[in-house]
Design a binder for this molecule. Structure first.
Ligand code: BES
Ligand code: ZN
Length: 456
């Protein structure tokens, strides 16, 4: 292991230069205009895996974006880890808020700035470079290593579950390793033990069959934007609970022990709020901000449009108003059930003047991860060695849809060992990833493989 660690330190600059190549490819999965770029990122990764001696390295074409696989054999008697990551990224908009262009990576103040630097190209690359460090010093990794890298995570992982079911034999492993989450705080390691799920809908209200003059018709024809605003406003009650009938029916309450665990975490609410420029937080009554942001369900309107939004004034009574709404779910809520409940809510609450359409875009099942395993202990020890403290087990508010799929389709547990920070601006302008955390991640991955290989 020491040789691999030394190799990784000696080759840091080249590792960074290679990561820059990957970051330069605008692999935005949600926008079809970037389809060729997503495919190019997949080919780049398959080629890179092959250059590290991985066997079967290739980009599989699915009905959607490609899935990259490859493997590298370790000692026959040793366990197999399956590394999952996603090479697709969120759209970079709004572009004018980026200090340097999103697909022209650069290091400033010790941070790599680019869309995907942290989420998730920088973090998945950690595992490729850990593999390289072993291959180039010891000939092979100390455990068997397989990779599955997808290009649709940011748009709901639609084609991944059927791929996993269809390739369960070639993907067979003892555990899945994922670096797509965050440290608890700078220098404070954590292993994610819970992820929220997701139900995502697009709602449209249509009133008149065309845009109208608001002077001729306003006052007698109802305005869809006014109604949509009212309905969205009514989705939360005064306690900031979600006012959809039956929404909380399947929410597993937080136990006293879990809540005590939250209270013990080194979380500075004030600093967390200030970092995003707010002075006041808004949480569901009876819960702390940390509980609200990780372990309670939420509803957020992600975008809203309709009518005239150009320069100056246009006196229009629009025909239609639409909104995208995401709901973060917690165990044991079911995305399909919640999708039904919000549909019913809009259908029942919209006035007779409106036609309602609710389209379900995608979902993810919420998960709590088994933390009692040899792989978890190896991950905890690896992080302890790098950060000189044991990691906290924490639930996070984000979603990684495939975690529930690996459990359901292959019976596999995931170890979520992430090196981001909440302040890395993932999904926002100026996304970045600390060069130090990229290096710490590689070191932790190298240590994890050695520990897991020697303990099992
Ligand atoms: N890397 C994130 C998950 C994440 C979010 C980790 C926040 C740590 C903090 C992942 O790439 C992501 O953004 N997932 C999407 C999934 C969704 C589209 C189903 C998310 O959470 O919005
Ligand atoms: Zn993301």
């Amino acid at each position: 292991m020491q040789n691999a660690l030394n190799y990784a330190r000696a080759h840091q600059d080249r590792f960074l230069a290679e990561l820059f190549d990957l970051l330069s490819i605008p692999s935005v999965s949600t926008d079809p205009a970037f389809g060729d770029d997503v495919a190019r990122a997949a080919e780049w990764l398959a080629g890179h895996l092959a250059s590290l001696g991985a066997t079967g390295a290739r980009a599989h074409h699915t009905g959607g974006h490609p899935i990259v696989v490859g493997q590298s054999a370790g000692p026959r008697a040793k366990p197999t880890i399956l590394v999952y990551g996603h090479y697709d990224v969120q759209p970079p908009d709004p572009l004018d808020l980026w200090i340097s262009p999103p697909f022209v990576p650069e290091v400033r103040n010790g941070r790599i700035y680019a869309r995907g630097a942290c989420d998730d190209k920088g973090q998945l690359f950690i595992w490729l470079k850990a593999l390289e460090s072993y291959v180039k010093t010891e000939g092979s990794p100390p455990v068997n290593m397989k990779f599955i890298l997808e290009g649709e995570e940011e748009s709901g992982s639609t084609h991944l579950p059927p791929y996993i079911s269809g390739h369960a034999d070639s993907l067979a492993a003892d555990v899945v390793l994922i670096s797509d989450t965050a440290l608890f705080a700078p220098g404070v390691p954590s292993i994610t033990c819970g992820l929220r799920g997701m139900a995502y809908v697009e709602v449209s209200l249509t009133g008149p069959d065309r845009d109208l003059h608001s002077g001729t018709y306003g006052g007698a024809i109802e305005n869809p934007i006014n109604v949509l605003g009212r309905l969205i406003g009514g989705l939360h009650d005064a306690d900031h609970r979600i006012a959809i009938s039956g929404f909380y029916d399947d929410v597993r309450p937080l136990s006293l022990a879990e809540r005590a665990g939250f209270a013990r975490l080194p979380f500075d609410e004030g600093a967390w709020a200030r970092e995003v420029g707010v002075q006041h937080l808004r949480t569901e009554a009876g819960f702390t901000a940390l509980e609200g942001a990780t372990s309670r369900p939420t509803l957020d309107c992600n975008g809203i449009w309709g009518g005239y939004t150009g320069e100056g004034a246009k006196t229009v009574l629009p025909s239609r108003a639409s909104a995208k709404i995401s709901m973060r779910l917690v165990p044991d809520q079911d995305p399909a059930d919640i999708g039904c409940k919000i549909r019913t809510h809009f259908e029942e609450h919209a006035p007779a003047t409106m036609q309602v359409s609710v389209q379900e875009l995608h979902g993810a099942v919420p998960v709590l991860v088994n933390t009692d395993s040899a792989a978890m202990e190896a991950a905890a020890q690896a992080l302890n060695a790098v950060y000189k403290q044991r990691p906290h087990f924490v639930r996070i508010g984000g979603s990684i849809p495939v975690v529930a799929d690996f459990k359901e389709l292959m019976g596999l547990d995931c170890v979520l060992m992430g090196f981001g920070l909440d302040s890395d601006a993932i999904h926002s302008p100026n996304e970045h990833f600390g060069v130090d955390r990229f290096q710490q991640g590689i070191e932790a991955a190298i240590r994890f493989m050695a520990l897991y290989g020697s303990n099992v």
